[in-house]
Design a protein around this ligand. Sequence first.
Ligand code: MG
Length: 336
Amino acid sequence: MTAADKILTLAQVDAWVEAERATGHRIGFTCGAFDVMHAGHAHYLGEARALCDGLLVAVNSDESIQRYKNPLRPVNPWKERAFVVASLASCDRVTMLDEDRPLSLLVRWKPELYLKGGDYASSSLRSASAVAAYGGRTVVIPAEFGSSTTAMFERIQALAVHAAPERAPAAEPRGLVLLDRDGTLIRDAGFDPSQVELLPGVIEALRMLQSAGFRLCLVTNQQGIGIGYFGYRDFVEGNRKLLRALGEAGIAIAKIYFCPHSMGEHCTCRKPAPGMIVRALRDQNVPPDRCFVIGDSVQDMEAAQSAGCHGLYVGPSGPACPSLAIVEAARRIVEG
Ligand SMILES: [Mg+2]
């Protein structure tokens, strides 16, 4: 049987459960995101399989992970996560868990064993009582290897920073430049995050700033997320295109600060509020008088002023708003 053959719809699992029961097999059930598979996962699934005759693994859908874990996760889409799980000898069948908790699936199939990895001991209590109610048993398998996806991400990030020392920002930057994104670095495409078109002069300006010793970050309002016009993943995908285009020109962005809220949420991060800028100053350890905000809107300038930073306006010219080209803005910062 191939890995793809092991991946079943809920209705197909109904038939599989029935066939397993008919041959007297004890069914084990477990669930999880299995986003970036590590030794801890493989160990726990192996132990789970040893306790039953057939192991069914419900892999969380992308949407359920975004709801209960993190709107930026998963790293890998469901189709690929399910395929990796199904490729393990310990896993007999794989299906989708589209809810935040497995309760309805447990009640549907009434597996003899409900198996959970060690770090889930406390969160599975409610499901455990439902399992006990139909005569099943919950078994918590202690974690082995101490591996965690979060720890892996941190190590990958650290390695990436050390792998490119020529691009690592100087320990003590000359200053910090906070760049608005839409209308400043890329053409403002409204609520279409897939459109990433660098504006004229951006590469030249950012190169000038970077080689003069300034650290570069993005500070961007993304109300489209809060209103629901697009998702976190669309926004990250757009940024990936932008970072690649800048990276090809040797330009590194140290961090992206973004506000996902709609205007109606009255947050403290959405420009003209200074929240994102204040956070960037703290994270990057740069005093406000050595911080410059480049933006194409009055809100960018108000946020800079509220945080005590210098604002450089590169938007459309108006009677009250003398505008600069972005290259000219960079030159003024560099020349002090
Ligand atoms: Mg803008």
